[in-house]
Design a protein around this ligand. Structure first.
Ligand code: SAH
Length: 469
């Protein structure tokens, strides 16, 4: 039976006026709904065809351009439009920054209903390509096929892929010929690894059947020049694994840390997996300001090293430390915030859930001769309790830097009870940041808002909020 097609609608002469959810263009439909338009940017005047309808909005694709926005620019990458990596490559950087800053402020005002004393202009990047220090590329035996390939009569020979997932499709991987997100040797490693795997006919992961040898590869580059490569395999095929690891070790002398994981779970997260060291060190060293950090595979580190430096320096500046403060750094990762503040305050205590990151953080204090910083392992919602405060005293400052979901409600409750004089909230999601700050706004005034762009050519923005009691 033919599949019933959703009723599609055409709208003509639509003017895109803003950007919204997932970086799509926003326009008004004549019936009052909002239209989210793929790849459209403010200033575009287009005809669109809808592909989804909800109570308040449509999702649509452009079918015709009457006028292209003056903010359009030429994307650099051949994969632009298909790849989910940099959806805003066609959007002039200055305009990206304008809309990023606008979104942060709107979220804080609309969701958080916050009064903001001082909002500072967003801090942009000097280089908007090759800014990431970490990439994870997936192997798949189901390469995303172009329309030309689908239309051709000929049998498609090579269906393997090593690259990034097609947005919204967990089982489809785009075979990347180039990627403008990470400096060399990233492309070189990915392309040579793929060629070697194809030549040797090693099996690529089949996401439906859950079979195959090659699952994904994580590449970390650093400002010290050290490179980390972590291979993730599904099948345990020791001979083949050895061949692949030897190939990487012998072809890329820059690899200072070569490790692998055999992961037979459904999902490819590595936090509960054993990491095997194959060659070199179990970590690499990264530099930030005048600090050195060791980073292991499971540890989080800001993916844009240059902007991380700017973010932490700005955070320190806005905190205006006097030197006698006790600071809590919640969600501390490898200790990057805590250690960048340590020399200017009395004591810092970090809290982090990933054991390896806590080990890295303690080691990093040692590496930098910092003796007034310590790190505790656990979930912030468990560790932040009366006992912690009794043992260490009431903190003057709490810094939080949670994942996208924001703060656990018990963490908000404890912050209210502890009620430090200053609160700094670093966030990669201003919507959850706004939600959390609303629950604290009766106790605090919002002194500073400082957006920082860590992710050019994407719609993501990092934001610092400084609140005082
Ligand atoms: N402040 C660090 C890390 C921020 S990323 C930096 O700037 O580099 C968020 C960190 O929170 C990650 O390291 C993650 O492992 C950790 N995390 C996630 N959930 C957590 C929880 N419930 N309790 C403590 N740490 C958590």
């Amino acid at each position: 039976m033919p599949r019933r097609k959703a009723k599609r609608k055409e709208f003509e002469n639509i003017r895109v006026k803003d950007v919204g959810s997932k970086g799509k263009g926003i326009a008004n439909a004549p019936d009052g709904r909002i239209i989210f338009i793929d790849q459209a940017i403010p200033g575009d005047e287009v005809d669109v065809l809808t592909y989804k309808k909800r109570k308040a909005y449509y999702m649509a694709k452009t079918t015709y351009f009457h006028n292209r926005s003056r903010h359009r620019t030429t994307p650099r990458c051949v994969h632009f439009g298909t790849c989910g990596g940099c959806k805003w490559q066609h959007f002039e950087y200055e305009a990206q920054l304008y809309y990023k800053e606008k979104e942060v402020l709107e979220n804080l005002k609309r969701i958080g209903k916050l009064d903001i004393k001082d909002s500072h202009p967003i801090l942009g990047n000097e280089e908007i390509y090759f800014y990431r220090n970490k990439m994870e590329f997936s192997f798949s035996n189901k390469r995303w096929l172009t329309q030309d390939e689908i239309n051709t009569e000929q049998e498609i020979e090579n269906k393997t892929a090593l690259g990034l997932h097609i947005p919204g499709m967990w089982d489809k991987v785009l075979d990347l010929k180039e990627c403008h997100l990470q400096k060399e040797p990233s492309d070189d490693i990915r392309l040579q690894l793929k060629r070697f795997a194809d030549e040797k006919s090693f099996t690529f992961f089949d996401p439906h059947e859950q079979t195959g040898l090659l699952r994904n590869v994580m590449i970390r580059t650093s400002r010290t020049g050290q490179v980390m490569v972590v291979m993730q395999f599904f099948n345990n095929e020791p001979d083949n694994i050895r061949q692949i690891m030897d190939f990487l070790r012998d072809t890329f002398p820059q690899i200072a840390s070569l490790q692998y994981i055999i992961n037979q779970k459904k999902n490819d997260s590595i936090y509960d997996q054993q990491v095997h060291l194959y060659y070199g060190c179990d970590h690499i060293i990264e530099k930030m300001q005048d600090l050195k950090f060791q980073i292991r595979p499971k540890s989080f580190y800001q993916t844009n090293s240059k902007q991380a430096e700017i973010l932490y320096a700005r955070l320190k500046e806005l905190l205006n430390l006097k030197g006698d403060e006790l600071v809590l750094d919640l969600y501390s990762g490898i200790g990057s915030i805590a250690l960048s503040l340590a020399k200017d305050c009395k004591k810092v205590i970090g809290v982090e859930v990933i054991e390896d990151a806590v080990k890295d953080a303690n080691k990093n204090a040692e590496l930098n001769n910092i003796d007034n910083a310590s790190f505790l392992k656990g979930e912030t919602q468990d560790v932040l309790n009366e006992k912690l405060i009794k043992r260490n005293g009431r903190p003057d400052i709490i810094v939080v830097d949670p994942p996208r979901e924001g703060l656990h409600k018990n963490v908000v409750k404890m912050i209210r009870e502890i009620h430090p004089a200053k609160l700094a909230y670093v966030s990669c999601n201003s919507a959850t940041q706004a939600r959390d700050m609303e629950m604290l706004k009766d106790l605090y005034s919002i002194d500073h808002v400082q957006p920082v762009d860590m992710f050019p050519n994407t719609y993501h923005t990092e934001n610092i909020v400084i609140a005082t009691s």
